[in-house]
Design a binder for this molecule. Structure first.
Ligand code: OFO
Length: 211
């Protein structure tokens, strides 16, 4: 890349020669590592980890969309509304990460998303898949947070705290909905009520989390 490195010209009081500072971005990390200085630039391992997280958020959005289509075509309109909204939320999570990566001088990768399952044996399988997926997302986020501490990237560490909080809420919601489905069992009337009330369960949990 032809852009010039923005590295500082001084480090620890000692002056860095102009020829070292005016390097292309490709060469820059090597120089910065030699100087032991990363300034506000994002460490390569962090941009890699964040791009993996971007792909995961994109996959989440896509997965919830396919689930929403399944629910809508099975007559679960409330569940479909919940899943369409959830798909949009995950897309926003992906965009928030992309903007952050680009702002920090790295480049966000637009992920190619593979088609997930389109058929489910019932609502229970849908919500079990959601919980399994969100648990995986949480593990990945924790991995990014851990890496931030290892490379002392406190800016990204701070940014990721929003995702840590979000995952606590999302896992709790998935567990709560699974509990309700366990109570409903195969009772059609109870499943009808579950479908009717799902948006108010979600709204109530979000209000409590914000209180
Ligand atoms: Fe639920 O995955 Fe986003 O953060």
């Amino acid at each position: 890349m032809a852009r010039r490195c923005q590295a500082t010209s001084t480090r620890g009081g000692s002056r860095v020669s102009k020829s070292e500072v005016l390097l292309t971005f490709d060469e820059c990390p090597r120089v910065r590592a030699r100087l032991g200085y990363f300034g506000d630039m994002m460490h390569e391992s962090i941009s890699l980890a964040l791009n993996q997280q971007i792909a995961l958020e994109g996959q989440s959005s896509h997965t919830y969309l396919t689930m929403a289509v399944w629910a809508e075509t099975k007559g679960f309109d409330g569940v479909a509304d919940f899943l369409y909204a959830h798909a949009e939320e995950e897309r926003q999570h992906m965009l928030k990460l992309m903007r952050f990566v680009n702002e920090r001088g790295a480049v966000a990768t637009v992920p190619s998303i593979h088609a997930g399952p389109t058929e489910y044996n019932g609502l229970r399988e849908v919500f079990e898949s959601i919980l399994a997926h969100e648990t995986r997302v949480t593990e990945n986020i924790n991995g990014v947070v851990d890496l931030c501490l290892q490379v002392k990237d406190y800016t990204t560490h701070n940014f990721m705290q929003w995702y840590v909080g979000e995952q606590i809420e999302e896992e709790a919601l998935a567990r709560k909905l699974l509990d309700k489905l366990a109570l409903a069992g195969d009772d059609h009337g109870a499943l009808y009520l579950f479908d009717r009330d799902i948006l108010s369960v979600m709204g109530g949990m979000q209000a409590n989390a914000g209180a």
